[in-house]
Design a protein around this ligand. Sequence first.
Ligand code: FES
Ligand code: MG
Length: 576
Amino acid sequence: MTDQTHGVAGGLTNYGDRDFSIYLRRSFAQSMGYSLDMLKRPVVGIAYTPSGFNNCHRHFPEMLEAVKRGVIAAGGLPLEFPTISLGEVFLSPTSLRYRNLMSMDTEEMISAQPMDSVVLMGGCDKTVPAQLMGAVSANKPAIQLIGGPMMTSRHKGERLGACTDCRRFWAQYRAGKIDAEEIQTVEGRLATTAGTCAVMGTASTMACLAEALGMILPGTAAIPAVHADRLRAAEATGIAAVRLIGAPIRPKQIVTKDSVENAMRVLLALGGSTNAIIHLTAIAGRAGVEIDLDRFNALSDETPVLVDLKPTGQHYMEDFHAAGGMGAVLRELRPLLNLDVMTITGETLRQRLDADAESWVDRSVIASREEPLEPVGGLVALFGSLAPRGAILKRSAADKSLFEREGRAVVFSSLADLAARIDDPALDVNADDFMVLQNAGPHSASGMPEAGYLPIPKKLAAAGVKDMVRISDARMSGTAFGTIVLHVTPDAASGGPLALVRNGDRIRLSVRDRRIELLVDEAELSRRRRELGRHQETPRRGYGRLYANQVLDADGGCDFAFLRSEDLPDRGEATE
Ligand code: FES
Ligand code: MG
C-alpha cells in the first residue's frame, strides 16, 4: 500500500498502523461506489450550501454538477459536503448572528476532512464572508464560486429587482400612494429567479470583493445566476481547484494587507454595502490584517464612485455584468491598486489586467475614472464623542443637504420601543430631528440587525418627508438608502456613549469633518452613565452564550475574539 499524502487517504490520524488506517478509510470510501482509481485521485472538497431556507441558492444543484464536471475533467475527485447555509430573510433575530457559526463549520470541515483543495459555493449575504473567513483560517488551497444575482422582473412596464424596489414600493404603500392589492402584486414580482438580490446590496458587494481579493475566477462575480456562463464559471472553478493542488496557493497568500486595501477601494468605487466593511474586517482579521477606519477615509477621499447601480444609482446587476463587470472596474481603478497581489489562478492582478486591457465597457453603467459618478468614495467613517471608535455613513446613498447639521435627538431605546412608537401620531418628531436607535448593536440581544434604516414616521412620510438623519449601532441592508449613520462603536449595549443619549439632546453631524458629536457636557454624561445600571442578561447556555461572550464590536468585524488571527493583538473584549 502506498503512503499517499493526498486524496481520500490524506490527513489520516493513525494509531500506530498507518496502512491499516488507509485500508479502512478506502474500504468505507469504496462503499460509495467509487473505483479505486477514482479514490486515488486528489480530492476537491466542495462546501455545498443549498437549503430549503435559502431561496438565493436554489440553483446550487445545477452548479454543483458543473463544478464536479470540471474537477473530474481535470483529474480530481469531487466530494461535496454540507455546511450550514444562511438565507438572509429566514433567520432570526438576524443572519449576522450565524455568520461566525457558518465560518466555524466551514473551517472545521475543511480542516477535518481529507481534501487537497476546496471549492466554496456561496452567494447570499452572509455565506460569502463566512466561507472566506473559514477558508482563510483553515488555510488549505481554496477557491470560491459565487452563486450570482437574480434577474429583474417587471411591474406595469417598470423593472423590479430585490430588494431596493421592495423598499421603494413599501414606502409608497406606507404613504398611501398605492393600495393593498397593488402591493400584493408587487410582492409576487420582486424576486422571481434563482440567485441573490439583483442590486449592489451586500451579496453582490461581497461577490465583487471576493473578486477584488483574488479568491474567485476573474470576471465571475456578477454573472447572473441563471445565465449559462454561470455554469461555465462553475466548471472552470472545478478545473482551477484541481490546478491549485499542483501549485498550491493558500488563502493567506491571497488575503493580505495589499489585497484587502484593493478590496476597500473596490467597495468605495462600487458605492457598495455598508455591511461589507464589517465582513471585510472579519475576513482580514482571520489573515492577521487590521482595517483602520482613518485609512479607509483616506482611501475614500481619493477613490471615485464608478458604478451606477441601485440602491444608489439606476441599474441592476445583470446590467453591470453586461457592461463589463468587475474587470472594467478594476481596470479603471488600476492606478490606485496594488497590482502585485497574487490571485487564485496564480496570476498577479497586474497580469490579469494586462490580459484583458481592451475589453468594451458600457459607460452608462460603469463610469471612467476621469468622469466618475462621484469624485470621492461611497462610504465614510465618522468619529466623535458619540462614536469614539467610529461609525459608518454611506454618503452615496444619502441626502447631501443633511450632511452639515445639528439636530434634536428623538430616541428609541430598543427595537421594541421603535416598533411601538414610530407611527404614533402623538410622537414628538419633525423632519429636522435626528432619530436615534439604541441597543441594536452587536452586544445587544437583537445581534445587530439591519434596523438602522429607521422608517420615516408615518405622519412625516404622509407629509412627503423622504429622508431624515438616523443614527444607530445597528446595520443597514445593502439595498437600502438614506442619511443613515450606522455601526456606532462602541455600541449601546456595551455601555458606549450612544446609550447615554436622551430625548432633546443636541447632536452635530459634519460629514465634511467626519464628525458626529453628542453636545452634552461631561458632568451630565457621567451622571447618566452611573444611572444606566446593569446591561442585559447574558444567555446561560448554547450558541447565544458563546456569541454574547465572544462577539467583537463592528471595528473587529463582529467576529468572535477567539477566531481572529493569533497574530493580532487580543482586543480584550471577550468576557469568557
Ligand atoms: Fe439572499 Fe438578498 S436575500 S442575497
Ligand atoms: Mg441584504
